[in-house]
Design a protein around this ligand. Structure first.
Ligand code: ADP
Ligand code: MG
Length: 625
């Protein structure tokens, strides 16, 4: 480039030759500190990790003014002897690397940098007492890198570290701090991750006088652990997540997978840990995305807490200054195991949909008539808990579509139409099935069913679309998509580019049971369709597929594309709203949903049904408090 550089350049004008000089130690420390300590949250991360490494069972964090004025981390861990205390604040001083090797790291810290770095840019004081020591406690202070002498101090147990006036010694860095709120937000996020990673430690976060959260230690039984995660992340999680527990070839994946209907607009509720260390790992992030790809719209994210454990030698944690990234020696198998673990957990959730909708529904009801006693606790209105058909292809007519997807076996049960099902000679009253007995169809789309302890409302279009999709996928996987020759081949006209894309993809489409070929310049001829879609509007389906191919061509691998195409086809082949169903058809649909993994949400991540418990209904009528 020849034009003048307009941005500021380092000022290296000088009179004589360059003089190389050794930088003073305090400056070196401040430069190094910049890599580890970026903002108050990074101080807290280092100090709280030290407390975990020290074996603390309670860690209390107090913050004032978003961490500028004061950060105090107190723990009840092993403490330090006066000798260790003096060394601990020096750079590259650590008690954690036993054999001078970075190959087998089992603690959170190991570089011996944090205390020196924090002390270089703030007023740091440490008070500590070594466990089982008969001496009192001791204290040391570091002000902008200057070390005080160790003094005796009355102290009970553990370690307390105070960091005051962070970055007062490096005004440039101070200027980059954000608002108190923003810093506090980053702090809370850091502490949440640390608390999630260490369920056996009670973690308390206070800001001024206010307790932000107090996550009690959990004994790692399923429910406690989920309860703790819900305390930290989102109270609704407790009812809207399934447990993940999976192991293969020495890689363990544990944690919680939010139900797909419990989705979010951003990825901030995905918490990933590798060997107990919170990480933001692209590989694992892509695994989460892949595992949910079938269930969520592209712009939505699930809530996930995932603990990945691999043998320490399989992962390099020493690739990032704040240790937020890791490098797996062999990444692909780890990704594959994570995907399998999540998929299995989600499949185990079967037809479950999020319960949050039930609560939202209850919240939206109002008792009629006069103002009775305050029977319904006011709840924040969740106006668009289920965004409607945002991404469903528009423009399809209410074409009468045959009700094709129902399993023939379910049909045969119509001898006892709406009281029992018979399987292996055992009669089950319909109400005892999870989705209950169909009682009515409303507005030609909503099936109302009665269960043992409540009622279920099913969106028949969404549910059927999902069933068709799952069936297409299963058929695809077994290589046996049932197909049907069209008596009169259908000619679909469209622009040449779209034709070319379809013809290019003819092989893949053929696997899905869709047989087509070029027909002159601007048309394709469809000879064969999947039997599941035999009554669909072929021309619209084909044009829509051409659009999807355009979007997906370069992005998706072939198999991903097939799933996507199957989803599009399912949308066209499923029962439209507006079709009246008989009681048997409705019950058959319910039984089918119960048997189909992932039937709790449609292909766009919306629930296919919602459930209202009798207790909630009673609450609506003021029969319960
Ligand atoms: P690292 O954690 O990488 O070893 P640090 O600078 O964070 O480096 O800490 C230096 C040393 O100080 C640690 O190795 C540990 O021995 C000691 N230390 C720091 N914090 C605590 C604490 N809360 N309780 C006990 N010892 C601590
Ligand atoms: Mg440390």
């Amino acid at each position: 480039m020849s034009e003048a550089v307009s941005w500021a350049e380092p000022d290296n004008r000088h009179d004589g030759p360059n003089r190389v000089r050794q930088l003073p130690a305090t400056l070196i420390d401040q430069i190094a500190a910049g890599e580890v300590i970026e903002r108050p949250a990074s101080v807290i991360k280092e100090l709280a990790e030290n407390a975990v490494d020290a074996g603390a069972s309670t860690i209390e964090i107090l913050v004032e003014d978003g961490g500028r004025r004061l950060i105090r981390v107190s723990d009840d861990g092993c403490g330090m002897t006066p000798d260790d205390l003096v060394r601990a604040v020096d750079r590259h001083a650590t008690s954690k690397l036993h054999d001078d090797s970075l190959d087998d790291i089992r603690t959170l810290g190991f570089r011996g940098e944090a205390l020196a770095a924090i002390g270089a840019v703030s007023r740091l004081s440490i008070t500590t007492r070594a466990a089982n020591s008969d001496q009192t406690g001791f204290a040391i202070a570091l002000t902008a890198g200057k070390k005080s002498a160790v003094e005796p101090a009355a102290f009970n147990r553990g370690t307390r570290i105070d960091v005051r006036d962070l970055f007062f010694a490096t005004p440039a860095r101070l200027k980059f701090l954000k608002s108190e709120r923003a810093e506090m937000h980053a702090i809370a996020d850091t502490v949440k991750r640390l608390a999630l990673a260490n369920p056996a430690v009670r973690v308390i976060l206070k800001s001024g006088d206010r307790t932000r959260f107090d996550a009690l230690a959990s004994d790692l039984t399923d429910h406690d652990a989920l309860h703790r995660a819900a305390t930290l992340i989102d109270r609704d999680l407790e009812d809207n997540a399934v447990r993940v527990a999976f192991e293969r070839d020495g890689t363990t994946i544990e944690g919680f997978a939010g139900l797909p209907t419990h989705h979010r607009p951003t990825a901030t509720s995905i918490y990933l840990f590798v060997n107990g260390r919170p990480v933001r790992d692209r590989l694992l992030m892509s695994a989460v995305r892949a595992a949910y790809a079938d269930f969520l719209p592209r712009d939505r994210w699930p809530v996930v807490v995932l603990f990945v454990r691999v043998p320490p030698a399989e992962v390099d944690v020493n690739v990032h200054p704040a240790k937020a990234e890791v490098r797996f020696r062999d990444p692909q198998p780890v990704r594959a195991v994570a995907i399998t673990a999540l998929r299995e957990a989600l499949a185990g959730a079967g037809h479950r949909a999020s319960t949050a909708g039930g609560a939202a529904a209850v919240a939206s009801f109002r008792p009629g008539g006069v103002d009775t006693r305050a029977a319904i606790p006011p709840r924040p209105q969740q106006s668009n808990a289920w965004p409607r058909d945002r991404d469903a292809p528009g423009g399809f007519a209410e074409a009468p579509v045959a009700f094709a997807g129902i399993a023939p076996s379910a049909r045969a049960e119509s001898a006892a139409p709406d009281t029992v099902t018979v399987r292996d000679g055992i009669e089950t009253p319909l109400e005892e099935h999870p989705l209950g007995a169909a009682r009515a169809q409303l507005h030609e789309n909503y099936i109302v069913a009665q269960t043992d302890d409540g009622l279920v409302i099913v969106d028949q279009h969404a549910a059927h679309e999902r069933l068709v999709y799952e069936r297409l996928k299963a058929a695809l996987a077994s290589g046996s998509v049932a197909r049907q020759l069209l008596l009169i081949p259908e000619i679909v006209e469209m622009d040449e580019g779209a034709c070319a894309r379809l013809v290019d993809a003819a092989g893949a489409l053929g696997q899905l049971g869709l047989g087509l070929e070029a027909f002159g310049q601007g048309a394709v001829m469809v000879r064969e369709v999947p039997a599941l879609l035999s009554n669909a509007d072929i021309a619209t389906l084909i044009r829509d597929l051409a659009d999807h191919l355009d979007v997906d061509q370069s992005v998706e691998a072939l198999s991903g594309r097939l799933d996507h195409i199957a989803a599009t086809m399912a949308c066209y082949g499923s029962v439209r709203s507006g079709r009246r169903l008989t009681t048997e058809e409705m019950n058959a649909l319910l039984r089918d949903m119960e048997q189909t993994p992932g039937a709790g949400q449609c292909n766009h991540g919306r629930p296919t049904y919602i459930e209202l418990k009798l207790a909630d209904i009673e609450r609506l009528f003021g029969r319960r408090g």
